[in-house]
Design a protein around this ligand. Structure first.
Ligand SMILES: C[S@@+](CC[C@H](N)C(=O)[O-])C[C@H]1O[C@@H](n2cnc3c(N)ncnc32)[C@H](O)[C@@H]1O
Length: 291
């Protein structure tokens, strides 16, 4: 099976990347807090992740591992946490899968995963890893999580490790989409930056320990080029917002996991560091069940 592309993003132009030009543009980008809707956010994400997938996999591929499903920079593994429950024989949708490391771990445990991502380049890395291992390729689909290209009740489980959720403008709609494609009783587990981190600068050092923004300010973080076009967007929701969006979509919240920084882990990941991790949570993992 090749990479199935489903153009669910408005005005999708999926293969028109000029990565060298785009990289130059990025250097002059401004970081601002301003509104960014669904179309603008999805377009920015698709292009940003296509341009940066190589660097992301280069930098984090070793941590993400060859046979590992990790939820977060704190290194909480599904093998230990078992937030999805039994996975053998289950149809699993991984959303914002990147190079599908989690799906590969699931397939090795007899699950039937489908790895979905908006970035074609990220999914090409999935192919690269499968080819290198000589294993059956993970089924991958290029699509926007805002409009999942699957029939109702197609999956037993859905998961996302820092996948599409932080990058989507309308996460209430995303929750409804996940609810639609899950079977009754199905679990939906996703990790995101812990909402409290939005009050602090995204820095691994001491400067990342002083609150400088309001936790309650939901204005998106946007990097934009000289023409004011968004090149990277992240969206903030408070803990309460996330709970309300899940419940409104028809989910029951089962757990909210805040992994602690483990003793002995010295590896930083962007703004996630041992210094900050020992003082404030870096990740929130929501565990929900479809009614
Ligand atoms: C931080 S990476 C995480 C990737 C992977 N889960 C991991 O742990 O390495 C975020 C991923 O979400 C994907 N993404 C962002 N917005 C998306 C959207 N609207 N729909 C689907 N995928 C999206 C990006 O392309 C990227 O691969």
């Amino acid at each position: 099976m090749g990479i199935v592309t489903v153009a669910t993003t408005p005005q999708a132009d999926l293969h028109d990347l000029d990565t060298s030009a785009a990289r130059v543009e990025e250097e002059g980008d401004d970081a601002v807090r301003r509104a960014a809707g669904t179309g603008e956010s999805s377009r920015a994400s698709r292009h940003w992740w296509d341009r940066n997938a190589d660097e992301y996999q280069d930098e984090h591929g070793e941590f993400l591992g060859d046979d590992r499903f990790t939820w977060c920079p704190e290194g909480l593994d599904e093998a230990d946490a078992r937030l999805l429950g039994d996975v053998a024989g289950r149809d699993v949708l991984e959303i914002g899968a990147g190079a599908a490391q989690c799906s590969r771990w699931l397939a090795a445990r007899d699950a039937r995963p489908v790895a979905l991502d908006i970035s074609y380049r990220q999914l090409q890395h999935s192919r690269r890893i499968d080819l290198g291992r000589g294993t059956t390729p993970v089924a991958v689909v290029q699509a926007d999580a805002a409009v999942l290209p699957f029939a109702d009740a197609s999956f037993d489980l859905a998961c996302s490790a820092y996948g599409a959720v932080p990058f989507s403008a309308d996460t209430a709609a995303l929750m409804r989409e996940v609810h639609r494609v899950l079977r009754p009783g199905g679990r939906w587990v996703f990790s995101v930056t812990h909402p409290i981190r939005w009050a602090f600068p995204d820095e691994p050092g001491v400067e990342g320990l002083t609150a400088t923004s309001s936790y309650f300010d939901r204005t998106p973080y946007v990097e934009q080029d000289e023409q004011g076009r968004a090149t990277y967007v992240e969206h903030h929701r408070t803990v309460g917002d996330r709970v309300r969006e899940l419940v409104a979509a028809g989910f029951r919240l089962v757990d909210l996991v805040e992994p602690e920084w483990p003793a002995g882990l010295e590896q930083e990941w962007g703004g996630w560091s041992p210094l900050r991790g020992r003082l404030i949570p870096g990740t929130a993992i929501f565990v929900a069940e479809r009614g």
